[in-house]
Design a protein around this ligand. Structure first.
Ligand code: ADP
Ligand code: ZN
Length: 535
């Protein structure tokens, strides 16, 4: 199969002249029966990557999607373009299901969308066996991984695909997966030497800002006043906050609505439609809002509270500026948010390892908000993309902190970590660098290593601050699957062994920034948080 055929289908069915970045390479991989893992931001054009092969290859492509509500839209869209597609899920009656099955067996369906529950169910297997399957596409593939942020147990049964259909290429697609999640997806699906495609997640037109949550209502008011008539979403953690904030803004003369999962479906639909059609420009919503909304002129996304992880943050802000014009993402955070989530996670009935993972991801989110590192650099590194420059379009770049040559400090930390065989978390690393007298250090013999006490010039908090920058800069990473121990990355090794230099920043001196009392409170909270729970 050649790419010319693919281009023809792209033009004929979808009306597009050229492939977007990576689409052609991905399609080529499928044509050569190679398994592949695709990480592409929402709106990046993942569907084409399996729809075009499906339409050009012999047989039927089976597309697994957990979003039953969206399946119908996609299938109708394809059919309207003359592409023979169908879906089977719990929304169909027995008769409708039978009709689809007949079409399938007659070889008239090129694309079959199924829910994961259906695909793995016993009564579906005989039908599957009788089809000539061109490829399996697993959409929202991060759902298979317990390391991802949206784990769905039914996905884990999908490993049977590769075992039962070894010759059929599997294409796993997601818009959100860190390195570990990607590794897990490939492992769980038992992909065979998969090609990995990571599209750029950079959205340079979105300006990124992070602020402390004090007086956030006033800050939001001033944003809205200086951007009159613009469309935007304000994400809040609690349903109650959505309602209150919307009422307060309306009382100030703005036209807003609220949206959360506790409202009747009809009412939710109405708010969504009003927003899409610009009748209500601003919606105060929980994260229940936004999935599947394709509105190009959203100008800002405000997070009234800290999002629970960077995956969520990036997905949510990705809803503004889809037209490529300047847009703004404004995040407020407070220590209270962290506490609220932690309580939520602890009280949930998830297993302990899941709770720990959620807390670790939350902590990373908190560090993102705190660290004086280019915001864009931090998120892009988080998704495994290399991004060496400072973006110039975030609050840190616009208002840079005091930097210094941090090479020596970084070397001390990295060297200590290597000498402890990369088998410790952040607290232990800091304690060893500061020459702590903690009994455990002596028991483990860490007082014998060369860098023990080599970092006394920085306080505990300052080391935390420096190490979180090293994480954001990609010199260190956290092995969530191994007790959250720290690891030295390739970039870290080049600092340690090849004389590469790194710029770091120290936290602002308390008196430079906030009133003393508040600072003392904040610092002890922060130390408490980092010490107690997160590493
Ligand atoms: P994703 O699934 O990654 O969120 P979609 O597959 O829904 O993204 O694609 C997002 C939008 O981009 C759709 O409107 C789609 O038609 C459009 N699109 C995809 N590929 C191309 C292309 N090669 N040229 C132009 N538009 C494209
Ligand atoms: Zn920046």
């Amino acid at each position: 199969m050649t790419l010319d055929r693919a281009r023809l289908a792209l033009k004929k069915v979808f009306g597009y002249d050229t492939f977007r970045p990576l689409q052609a390479e991905i399609i080529q991989a499928v044509y050569s029966s190679r398994d592949a893992l695709v990480l592409m931001p929402t709106g990046g054009g993942k569907s084409i990557c399996f729809q075009v092969p499906a339409l050009t290859m012999e047989g039927t492509a089976v597309v697994v999607s957990p979003l039953i509500a969206l399946m119908k839209d996609q299938v109708e869209g394809l059919r309207a373009n003359g592409a023979p597609a169908a879906f089977i899920n719990s929304m169909l009656t027995a008769n409708q299901t039978r009709e689809v099955e007949e079409e399938l067996l007659a070889g008239r369906i090129k694309l079959l969308y199924v829910s994961p529950e259906k695909l793995v169910s016993q009564n579906f297997q005989p039908l599957l066996k009788r089809l000539k399957i061109s490829l399996f596409a697993i959409d929202e593939a991060h759902c298979i991984s317990a390391w991802g942020h949206d784990f769905r147990p039914e996905y884990t049964q999908l490993k049977f695909l590769k075992a039962q259909y070894p010759g059929v290429p599997v294409l796993a697609l997601t818009a959100t997966a860190d390195k570990l999640t990607r590794k897990d997806i490939a492992g769980q699906l038992q992909l065979n030497n998969p090609a990995e495609f990571i599209a750029s997640f950079d959205r340079p037109n979105i300006s990124l800002s992070v602020s402390r949550g004090q007086k956030r209502f006033e800050q939001i008011l001033s944003h809205l006043k200086s951007h009159p008539g613009q469309s935007g979403i304000i994400y809040c953690l609690a349903r109650r906050t959505c309602e209150d904030l919307s009422a307060k803004l309306n009382a100030r003369g703005f036209n807003t609505a609220y949206y959360h999962a506790n409202m009747a479906p009809g009412e939710r639909n109405r708010v969504q439609e009003d927003f899409i059609n610009d009748r209500v420009p601003i919606v105060c919503a929980t994260i229940a809002f936004g999935m599947g909304i394709d509105k190009s002129n959203v100008r800002f996304v405000i997070h009234y509270n800290l999002p629970r992880n960077l995956e969520g943050y990036y997905q949510e802000i990705g809803r503004c500026g889809r037209d490529g014009l300047p847009a703004e993402a404004l995040l407020f955070f407070s220590y209270q948010d962290v506490n609220t989530y932690r309580q939520m996670f602890e009280e949930s009935d998830a297993v302990q390892v899941q709770k720990d993972l959620k807390i670790a991801k939350l902590n990373r989110m908190y560090q993102f908000a705190e660290a004086p590192v280019c915001r864009r650099k931090t998120v892009l590194h988080y998704f495994g993309e290399s991004y060496d420059k400072n973006c110039g379009n975030c609050d840190v770049c616009r208002n840079p902190p005091r930097h210094f040559d941090g090479t020596e400090a970084a070397q001390k930390a990295l060297s200590a970590l290597v000498r402890m065989e990369e088998n410790v978390g952040m607290n232990m690393l800091v304690d060893v660098l500061r020459g702590s007298q903690r009994r455990e250090i002596f028991n483990l013999g860490f007082n014998q290593i060369k860098t023990y006490g080599a970092g006394k010039e920085y306080s505990f908090d300052e080391w935390q601050f420096l190490l979180s920058q090293m994480l954001h800069n990609g010199l260190l990473e956290i092995a969530y699957d191994d007790n959250s121990c720290l690891r030295v990355t390739e970039a870290g090794k080049s600092i340690l062994f090849d004389g590469k230099k790194v710029q770091l920043a120290l936290p602002p001196r308390p008196e430079e920034k906030t009133a003393p009392k508040e600072v003392a409170q904040r610092q002890s909270n922060r130390t408490q948080l980092l010490r107690d729970e997160l590493f």
